[in-house]
Design a protein around this ligand. Structure first.
Ligand SMILES: Cc1cc2nc3c(=O)[nH]c(=O)nc-3n(C[C@H](O)[C@H](O)[C@H](O)COP(=O)(O)O)c2cc1C
Length: 167
């Protein structure tokens, strides 16, 4: 039997969310899935996938527009297959300390898509992140990379076990 196909789509601005998606994709491949990682703005059809993971970076309390538009554009097909959502956000260790619920727009999207789960991962703002706010954050000692690979991999394994690896 062919491996199940999973799409891991990511919408962000500076690469932190893409990095989380890459880690999820790698883990799912290790678990025997045919996992494809793609920027959310390139996703126009999810009909070939047995499951979809869609992640968005949080900016001012909302998902990045690329993730929002991906969810909207593919809503019909997404609502007919298993979907997991994640957010990449807090630039501190809060996401490791307790579950952070989805922001209201993402919570509404979860309901409309019938998404199985949402998780918030720590994000990253570093000296390499462009932009005035990012620079100021780093200058005030508040930046950092708070992505936790072990937590990301654990969630990806969990998705894999829900989808059931069919080799
Ligand atoms: C201008 C700006 C606004 C942000 N707003 C939020 C926010 O509202 N909530 C949050 O949890 N994180 C916020 N963050 C942190 C980003 O979500 C985090 O850095 C994320 O991992 C960035 O992902 P990306 O590199 O894929 O764009 C903000 C960061 C910046 C630079």
């Amino acid at each position: 039997m062919n491996p199940k196909r999973v799409l891991v789509a990511h919408g962000g601005k500076h690469g932190a969310t893409a990095g989380i998606a890459d880690e999820i994709g790698r883990t799912l491949r290790d678990d025997g899935f045919d996992a494809v990682v793609a920027p959310a703005d390139t996703v126009t059809d999810v009909g070939d996938y047995d499951g979809v993971v869609l992640g968005g970076a949080l900016y001012a309390g909302r998902w990045d527009g690329k993730a929002r538009r991906c969810a909207r554009r593919n809503a019909d097909q997404l609502s007919r297959r298993p979907v997991w959502l994640f957010s990449s956000g807090p630039v501190d260790s809060s996401a490791e300390q307790h579950d952070i619920p989805p922001v209201p727009g993402v919570a509404r999207r979860m309901t409309s898509l019938g998404a199985r789960e949402h998780i918030t991962f720590g994000g990253a703002v570093t000296a390499e992140t462009p932009g005035r706010i990012a620079r100021s954050t780093v200058r005030h000692g508040k930046g950092g990379d708070f992505r936790d690979p072990a937590r990301i991999r654990a969630w990806a394994h969990h998705i894999g076990s829900e989808l059931g690896a069919a080799r």
